[in-house]
Design a protein around this ligand. Structure first.
Ligand SMILES: NC(=O)c1ccc[n+]([C@@H]2O[C@H](COP(=O)([O-])OP(=O)(O)OC[C@H]3O[C@@H](n4cnc5c(N)ncnc54)[C@H](O)[C@@H]3O)[C@@H](O)[C@H]2O)c1
Length: 276
């Protein structure tokens, strides 16, 4: 592989003008934080979310800032939806240069209460969903013959468990980290760089929902969410939850030329939580 390194001046390092990014689960939470940073850097951004109403609302709110955005309904665990997501992106903007696999679910269920379907659903969305999106997008990137960036949102739980009740989630996120490294190895010859960002506790609608019992169900007796989240917060040396934008900024770094010599890495963004 020839050395194609080009030194850019500082003002160009974060410029994504002319690039197109797909952010799965970009309608709210961490995904929205990522969408905003990539769009501000000049990228066309496709929000691929199974909640099309929220995705459209986000597009509407951000279009007022003159960002170039488009919403597509996609469940990342559906092969058909993922194929359609890539097809619609190429039809709308002509290419896919950046993929951020952010869509994920984290239901808290102790093993003793876990139905087989609970486990399978988490793996289907968090792990198989990443596989489906990477497979489809990398094919497109290889056809385009240009370089590409893939960023997988894992979790500190890809390295160390944060609380009881997340065994399926931790299995899925460890899986995504392993997948990230192997795919980085395989796709390097096509100049497709694959990295991961591992957030710690980030204040999002999904985390807020963890505190509420599911509709028509009493909270699982073994998992007191409020207590768990309090205990988790006590372990964060920065004494606060992170903001979605604090993940958005790190994803922008990995999507841009700032990270030109990085592939197969995972950046932990957790306010120091893994230290304790
Ligand atoms: N919030 C945290 O503290 C935290 C910590 C570590 C990792 N993460 C990871 O960050 C990602 C985003 O988390 P969040 O807290 O912003 O979640 P959230 O629940 O607030 O938002 C998730 C978004 O993804 C969408 N989504 C869910 N399932 C989908 C599917 N099958 N297909 C397409 N879209 C889907 C939802 O509609 C929503 O817009 C997840 O992968 C999560 O595991 C979050």
């Amino acid at each position: 592989m020839e050395n194609s390194y080009q030194k850019l001046e500082n003002s160009k390092l974060l410029d994504l003008t002319g690039k197109t990014a797909i952010v799965t689960g970009g309608a709210m939470g961490i995904g929205r934080g990522i969408v905003e940073r990539l769009a501000e850097a000049g990228a066309n951004v496709v929000i691929a979310d199974f909640d099309l109403e929220s995705a459209n609302k986000t597009v509407e709110e951000l279009t007022a800032k003159r960002y170039s955005l488009y919403a597509v309904k996609a469940d990342v665990s559906s092969e058909e939806d993922v194929q359609n997501m890539v097809k619609s992106t190429v039809e709308k903007f002509g290419s896919v240069d950046i993929l951020v696999n952010n869509a994920g679910i984290y239901p808290s269920v102790p093993l003793s209460k876990m139905a087989k379907e609970d486990f399978e659903k988490v793996i289907a969305v968090n792990l198989r969903g990443v596989f489906l999106c990477v497979e489809e997008v990398s094919d497109q990137m290889i056809t385009q013959g240009k370089s590409g960036k893939i960023i997988n949102i894992t979790s500190i739980d890809a390295l160390h468990p944060s609380m009881i009740g997340l065994s399926a989630y931790d299995a899925s996120k460890h899986g995504v980290w392993g997948f990230t490294k192997n795919v980085a190895l395989e796709l390097a010859e096509h100049k497709i760089w694959v990295n991961a960002v591992a957030p710690g506790g980030i204040a999002t609608p999904g985390v807020a929902k963890m505190n509420q019992p599911k509709e028509g169900q009493a909270p699982a007796p073994q998992v007191n969410q409020e207590e768990m989240i309090k205990a988790f917060m006590a372990k964060i040396p920065m004494h606060r939850f992170g903001e979605s934008d604090e993940i958005g900024k790190v994803v922008l770094f990995l999507a841009s030329d700032m990270s030109s010599f990085m592939t197969g890495s995972q950046i932990v963004v957790d306010g120091g939580a893994l230290l304790s």
